[in-house]
Each structure stands twice: as C-alpha cells, then as structure tokens.
Design a protein around this ligand. Structure first.
Ligand code: ARG
Length: 458
C-alpha cells in the first residue's frame, strides 16, 4: 500500500482538497534539473562521510540521471501522491534503484533542498535575463549610433522644451537599463549562497562537507547559519524588486514610443510584427506590444509586493507559506524575459521619421538659446530670460515665430542684439551648444555610446 513520504505518524487520510491545495508539483517541476543536480552533489557528499559506498553512489547517481532524463524528454509521469518535485524525484528514483534510494535523504530535509533548488534555478535564469537585457541595450545603442543626426524636440511636462538629438533620448533610456544591468550583476553573490547541508533547521548531523557541496554545485559561498539557510527568501524578493524597477523603465520607454507613434506626433511607426489591428476600425494599427510592456510592469510589481506580504511576520526558518515563493517568481522570470525580448524586437524594427521630428521643432524651442545669446554678451541670465520672453510674447501677438521677428524688433527689445542674432535660430547650433558631459551635442552622444558599449561588454 502506498504511503506518503512522511506518512509514518499518520493514521488518517488527507482531505482531497487539502491534497491538491498542498501540492506544488504542477509548478515546481520547472526546477527538476536543479533538484537532480542538488541530489547528485549530495549523494557524492554522503559517500565522502561513509553513508554510501562508492558502488551505491554510482548506482544512485545513475538512477538520478535517468530520472532527470525523463523530465528532460517529457516522459516523467507524475503520480497522484507526488507532493512536489522533491518527493516526485525520490519516488521515481526508488522505482529504478529500490530501497537504496532511501539513503539519499540522510541528514537532508526538503527545507535545505528546496532553498538550494530555488537558488540554482534562479542563477540559471539570471544568466539568461542578463543576455536579454544586453540584447535590448545593444539595439538601443546601435539605433542611437545610426541615427545621431536626427533632431527632435525634447519635452518636459510633455511640452516642447529644447531641441535634442533623437539618439540622446534613446540613450537616456539605455542609461536606465545600464543601471539595471549593474544591479542584476550585483544580485548574483547574494543568490549564489549554498543552503544544502543546513538540514531541516539546525544543521547537518552527518558532518557533510559543505565546502565540497559548494564546489560541486558552483555556489560562491555557503549559508553560515542553517536557520537562515532554510528560511531566507530575500534573494527572491531582491530579484523581483530588480524586475519591478526594470519594468518601470520599460514602461516609461514604452510610453514615450506610444505617444510618438500617434498620428499627432508621427515620429515612429511600429513594424507590423509588433502591432495589432482593431476588430471594428479597419484603419487601426495599435501599439499593443508597447502597451503590454507598460501593463506587465504592474503585474511584476504585484508579484514582488504580494510575496513581501507573505514573508512579513513569518516565524523563523521554514514555514509552508514559503511555498508561495514559486508562482510569483516564475511568473516574474517569464514575463521579464519575454518583455526584454519584445522590447528589443520593437526597437530594432520600428521606422523612425526624421522629417516628422524636424517638423515638430519650432523656433520657440530656441527661446532659451535666445536668452543665452545675450548672456554671452554680458547680460545676467535672469534679465535675458525676461527679454527672450518678451520676444516670445511679441511673436505670439503677431502670430509668427520668434525667428520671424526682424532685427529692428530685437533691437527694440534690447540694444545688445546685433545682426548675428539670426544665427541663434538654428537647431543644429542649439544642440551643439550642449557640449558639456551628458549634453546632446554630437561628441557627447558619441561619448555615451562608448560608455554604454563598454558596459555591455562587462
Ligand atoms: N514544496 C515545498 C516548498 O516549496 C518544499 C519544502 C517542504 N518542506 C516541508 N517541511 N514541508 O516549500
């Protein structure tokens, strides 16, 4: 008769709804590979302390590899009583190697096992996510590099402010993602900590060599406190915080592009590959890719916030509440991975309309430059700001642009204006004036490109 792994002290049966409620296999089977790797390392560790003979170890590792291959090939058949990935693998191992499988869990608990699996699994995912983030950064930088000459209005409050290079805008988003890349890399040492060998909470009673386990599994360090080792899920929170912030950047980038893709702006057109139509309005081409990127940020933030609430107030070490770490983490990994790839595709394939950007530039975006012209002639900026403002008001009253005012008009506003004032009304000159580090001049845009390319190489 079948009995649960932990069934010894039980006489009553589990309520069927409780059984399903408790069962995590449907989602934690994603960690099958990490679970097998952890068990193989642990089996070797058991041999080192004499719990397994070398022959037993060999048999056990062969069995574990067969179980792992079943998962990889999609042939593993879960049984009704498999509670989670750990019990499922142990049950299946027993079907291959018999009672010897019962030695594998010596000194180990699912508490140190699951914490180890989660860290191993997440480390693999972080490596993938890092590549995807670098992919997104690369298209942003490449696009900026190829479109450095395009000028457009830069906005504050969504009102036209000053002329900028289109590349400068793209790179402003890339700067955020560069910080995200650094932050992601900084998470790794805190994820890469070995819990295995912590036992259920108090430590391992068979002198297992944890330094050996660390090396076998490729962790950077060892959990120095067994209670922390089994109870800590901060690495999951931190990853989800990282994803929340990264998605905030994704959402702001998307918002810019959604606005710029409207007919009213017309700066960019998304490729068909990343747009969808309307079921009723035949003319529509909607930026659904960008809207989903913006929308996913809410869900990812929710995953993080939800799990933080789960953790808050838990007593020390392992509590079953911790099983609730998996679905939000898996969902976060899936959605951030997809989002990074979609964003890369959108940016790589969209059309950018330099003429439309240029047309959106009007001379009022040069009012700051006009004020700065007088500053260069010795007038304090606070005064020149007013004089330029009066030029704007005069042009407005005449229904023309400030660039269409005459030299006589300017001279009436301030005696320091001379005929070279007309040179102010050139967008190229304006952007080239912003030549300090971080400005929108060509040299400074090129400087940003090389800084970002170096970060991508890291
Ligand atoms: N499925 C469990 C989880 O994800 C594994 C650990 C179970 N440990 C225990 N003491 N019941 O958290």
């Amino acid at each position: 008769t079948k009995q649960k792994l932990w069934g010894g002290r039980f006489t009553g049966k589990t309520d069927p709804l409780m059984h399903a409620f408790n069962q995590s296999l449907k989602y934690d089977q994603r960690m099958h590979d990490a679970d097998i790797r952890g068990s193989i390392a642990y089996a070797k560790g058991l041999t080192k302390v004499g719990i397994l003979t070398p022959e037993e170890e060999k048999k056990m590792i062969e069995g574990l590899k067969i179980v792992g291959k079943e998962w990889a090939d999609g042939l593993f058949v879960p049984q009704e009583d498999d509670e989670d990935i750990h019990t499922a693998n142990e049950r299946r191992l027993g079907e291959f190697i018999g009672p010897l499988s019962g030695k594998l869990h010596t000194g180990r608990s699912r508490n140190d096992q699951v914490a180890t699996d989660m860290r191993l699994w997440l480390l693999d995912q972080v490596a993938d996510v890092e590549q995807s983030l670098k992919g997104l950064l690369t298209v942003l930088v490449d696009r900026a590099d190829g479109e450095k000459e395009f000028l457009m209005p830069g906005y504050t409050h969504l009102q036209r402010g000053q002329p900028i290079r289109w590349a400068h805008l793209l790179l402003s988003h890339a700067q955020s993602f560069k910080c995200d890349l650094e932050r992601l890399q900084q998470l790794i040492p805190r994820i890469s900590v070995l819990p295995l060998g912590s036992g259920p909470l108090a430590g391992n009673s068979f002198s297992i060599d944890r330094e050996f386990l660390r090396q076998e599994l490729g962790f950077q360090s060892i959990a120095e406190n067994s209670m922390w080792g089994v109870g800590d899920r901060d690495f999951i929170v931190e990853f989800m915080m990282w994803a929340s912030l990264t998605m905030t950047h994704m959402s702001r980038l998307s918002e810019d592009l959604i606005i710029y893709s409207t007919a009213e702006f017309g700066f960019v057109t998304l490729s068909d590959a990343y747009s969808t139509g309307s079921s009723i309005m035949p003319q529509k081409k909607n930026p659904d890719s960008l809207e989903l990127l913006r929308g996913k940020s809410g869900r990812i933030f929710g995953n993080m916030a939800g799990f933080m609430v789960t953790l808050k107030g838990l007593p020390s070490t392992y509590n079953k509440d911790l099983q609730e770490d998996k679905e939000p983490l898996f969902d976060t990994v899936d959605n951030i991975s997809a989002s990074l790839k979609i964003a890369e595709g959108v940016i790589a394939t969209m059309d950018v309309h330099a003429e439309k950007m240029r047309q959106a530039l009007s001379a009022d975006a040069l009012a700051t430059d006009l004020a700065e012209y007088l500053v260069r002639k010795g007038t304090p900026f606070r005064e020149t700001h007013h004089i330029s403002g009066r030029a704007v008001a005069l042009a407005e009253s005449r229904g023309c642009q400030i660039s269409e005012l005459t030299l006589e008009d300017f001279k009436k506003l301030d005696s320091k204006f001379t005929d070279d004032v007309m040179k102010v009304f050139d967008f190229e000159t304006s952007v080239e004036h912003r030549a300090s580090i971080g400005g929108t001049s060509l040299k400074m845009v090129e400087r940003q490109i090389s800084v970002l390319r170096a970060a991508i190489q890291q």
